[in-house]
Design a protein around this ligand. Structure first.
Ligand SMILES: Cc1cc2nc3c(=O)[nH]c(=O)nc-3n(C[C@H](O)[C@H](O)[C@H](O)COP(=O)(O)OP(=O)(O)OC[C@H]3O[C@@H](n4cnc5c(N)ncnc54)[C@H](O)[C@@H]3O)c2cc1C
Length: 505
């Protein structure tokens, strides 16, 4: 037990994200960008960012050999453990289920002809996902272009619109957009519309980890819909980009982060790992080896002054382990079921208790052939039904006639319902689907929830940064523990942040 210094003042978040306890070279190598880039973001230095202070080599205050437990072996837990292992610490990952990876999971068995599909996370963007893409390089995993949004058509009120149609000012006027909105959409991608209204606010933020104190705090008290009305949006625009419950400050800040990182609101330059995304979590797990303990659900946590005690089960037997630090990598809706003593401070307890996640069912259609080609259609469609939100092709590189269409739907959607939804909306004549598979995440005991939802009116101030802030010897990583709720991006960023912070304690 090395014990950490108790008296160090807590670091500001921007300091934490920018801290250089990994050497600067390591950090830059990790994000794979130039010397003005940062772990906080994309290739350009945000003017006024606290990163400026980080471009000089920070003193190394680190000590090696801390004993660290990681609760949860999804991509965040594995990534944090991997980084801390490389820094010379004694790391153990306690994973409840019988496999590492959590929501990163690739399926092969139920599929014919060497086809495979990702049941959970599948895609990354460029720009964006700098850490994820850097790990892919490090582990020798090939990233394939994933054109799943190219030529995506979209159902609105039961009618199918192509991308081209949705840039036609006449069509847009017919949908109810005013001249200003129609003009914007004729020049920008459909999903960029929020930028038309949020643009005046976006350059106010000086640090992507600090939404407050830039003169916009009051926007947390109004909804996105209220803000859009203030900005003279039409009812049509509000229908597509509004939100009566979502905090306007949250949405504006989110949009500003993407702008800063150079990432579109709905990126089209997507990539996926050849052979399935699980090759990424398998690669982390392989390097961690026996440090990952499967079948070990954490059941109780005791937060001590000089150590953390973690109770867990193995083959039904109660066990406990003590460590200098615990990194929680379990999503909060699952984590909140685990008793903690002493109780969390009030602000943290509120964040843990109140964070909401969405749930999805993954739908996979096995097709005898790429039948849409016979109909002169693209396979990518925003279907817009509960039993099938969207559909797109995956595993295109696998040779053979058979191919896969993938989609998502509300939890509990059955194969029959998903197929009926597709049938009702597929505009061609040659549908040749021979098999449907669904994966019901909500039924997974350890991974029931999917992605953190937007923060509601008045709640950004309560969630941020509490949701990602360490409490004593316990640190928080995962898709919920970063500024953007972008799955694996947030997971790897928060994992690197926690690894660096713990290393320097
Ligand atoms: C259908 C779907 C599609 C998605 N698509 C994308 C995408 O394309 N790109 C993207 O970036 N993200 C995507 N996501 C989101 C992404 O999958 C997740 O945000 C990310 O994988 C979460 O990683 P995590 O490590 O934070 O949590 P998890 O993957 O949930 O890992 C948590 C781990 O904790 C374990 N655990 C739970 N309870 C305990 C306990 N008591 N003790 C010990 N261990 C426990 C679980 O078994 C699990 O392994 C998608 C998600 C879904 C469901």
């Amino acid at each position: 037990m090395t014990g950490a210094s108790k008296n160090k003042p807590p670091l500001a978040w921007s300091q934490i994200m920018n801290s250089s306890t990994l050497t600067r070279r390591d950090a830059l190598k990790r994000v794979g960008v130039s010397a003005v880039a940062s772990l906080t973001g994309g290739p350009a230095l945000w003017p006024g960012s606290t990163l400026a202070a980080d471009t000089a080599e920070a003193p190394r205050t680190s000590t090696r050999g801390k004993k660290i437990l990681v609760a949860g072996g999804g991509i965040a837990g594995l990534c944090a453990a991997y980084e801390m292992m490389k820094l010379g610490h004694d790391v153990t990952v306690l994973e409840a289920s019988g496999r590492p990876g959590g929501h990163v999971r690739t399926t092969h068995d139920p599929l014919p002809d060497g086809l495979y599909a990702d049941l959970g996370a599948e895609q990354c963007t460029k720009p964006g996902y700098e850490l994820f893409r850097e790990y892919a390089r490090e582990f020798g995993l090939e990233l394939l272009p994933y054109p799943r949004r190219d030529g995506e058509s979209r159902y609105i009120d039961g009618k199918l619109y192509t991308e081209e149609m949705l840039t036609d000012r006449k069509v847009l006027g017919g949908l109810g957009f005013n001249d200003r909105e129609a003009e914007f959409l004729s020049r920008h991608e459909w999903h960029e519309l929020p930028r038309l209204f949020f643009n005046p606010y976006l350059d106010s933020f000086v640090d992507e980890y600090q939404p407050f104190g830039v003169g916009l705090d009051d926007l947390d008290k109004v909804s996105v819909t209220d803000l859009l009305r203030r900005e003279h949006a039409t009812d049509t625009a509000i229908r597509f980009v509004g939100g009566r419950e979502t905090s306007a400050l949250y949405q504006v800040w989110y949009t500003a982060i993407l702008k800063h990182r150079g990432v579109p609101m709905y990126p089209k330059e997507l990539f996926r790992i050849r052979g399935g995304n699980q090759r990424m979590t398998d690669a982390f797990a392989a390097r961690l080896g026996a440090r990952v303990r499967l079948g070990c659900p954490v059941t109780r946590i005791v937060r001590g002054e000089s150590a953390v005690t973690v109770h867990y089960q193995e083959f039904g037997e109660e066990k406990k382990a003590e460590a200098d630090y615990l990194v929680n990598a379990i999503p909060l809706p699952v984590f909140k079921r685990i008793p903690v003593e002493p109780a969390w401070p009030e602000a943290k307890a509120w964040a843990i208790e109140n964070v909401t996640y969405n749930m999805q069912t993954r739908v996979i259609f096995v097709a005898r052939s790429p039948f849409w080609k016979k109909d002169g259609l693209k396979p990518h469609m925003d279907i817009g039904l509960d039993h099938l939100h969207q559909v797109w092709q995956t595993a295109e590189e696998v040779p053979g006639d058979r191919c896969l269409l993938m989609g998502s739907a509300v939890p509990g959607t059955t194969e029959k319902q998903a197929l009926a939804a597709f049938r009702s909306r597929y505009p061609g004549k040659s549908m040749e689907i021979e098999h449907v598979i669904t994966h019901q995440w909500f039924a997974d005991r350890w991974s029931p929830v999917c992605e953190r939802e937007s923060f509601r009116v008045g709640q950004l101030a309560k969630f941020f940064p509490n949701i990602m802030q360490p409490v004593g010897r316990i640190h928080f990583v995962g898709a919920y523990a970063d500024n953007l709720n972008w799955g694996m991006e947030a997971a790897t960023r928060s994992a690197n942040r926690a690894a660096r912070v713990i290393h320097r304690l």
